[in-house]
Design a protein around this ligand. Sequence first.
Ligand code: GUN
Length: 297
Amino acid sequence: MTELLDGEALAARFREELVAATERLADAGSQPTLATVLMSDDPASETYVSMKQDDCAEVGIEARDVELDPTAPATELHDTVDELNADPEVNGILVQMPVPDHVDKRRVLRQVNPAKDVDGFHPENVGRLVAGDARFKPCTPHGIQKLLADAGVDTEGKDAVVVGRSDIVGKPMVNLLMQKAAGGNATVTVCHSRTDDLAAKTRGADIVVAAAGVPGMVDGDMLSEGVVVVDVGINRVDADTEKGYELVGDVDFESASEKARAITPVPGGVGPMTRAMLLYNTVKATGQDAGVDIDLP
Ligand code: GUN
């Protein structure tokens, strides 16, 4: 039987624990606050940000909603980040990616105060992650680590293949899986759009993390029996549905399930865990700001 890695259920358990943590922080006089900054009219980005805000409300985090016109000059975004950096009531700042082409993304990532960088994208935080001393683990790979641990998937000594080398998912996932630490100690191969004979790499894997943003790029033929498959893709493809599209992953679920010991569904696998880890990092940031020791799961 293939086990379905239910991110929705695990995320709900994390949110319950985070409610208790935000209550402890409130008792200590600290109201955890996350500022989300959206400079885009992409419907998917709008949906993600609004889901993140709903999650905040559920666990007792105050959400500050900043929306900027995507055609506004880049200085508007920089001024906003400066204000949020300086605001002592704001514990976490999330600038939803992607930002418009006329904005220098790297400058924005460098500008966010590293202590409020709950995405873990600031170069200082990236460096700390690579050095094995993460302040904030990036939300998607962190959520995947939690999902694997909860399912009893031991990564130690396993061959893991990460398909995709993005700054948000692929690179930090590789780093977490190879760290000399719990949830790490794997032998990691990084594959991407220029990889020759991807199937040969994925067939040798005990764990495959598909994060390339290409619908159905990994199918059952490319996998070995007993593999654990994590599908990070959330691709909108045209479909005859009410919305005119459906969400599909980077993995062909049907054929992959025939080989996999465990697999994440899309939706309901990685996505909810990404959002739960954003709440986790915001609570962690608030505890650090307040000097309150909070035990996080
Ligand atoms: N865009 C897609 N995923 C993410 C994420 O985890 N954080 C931010 N800030 N933007 C994203």
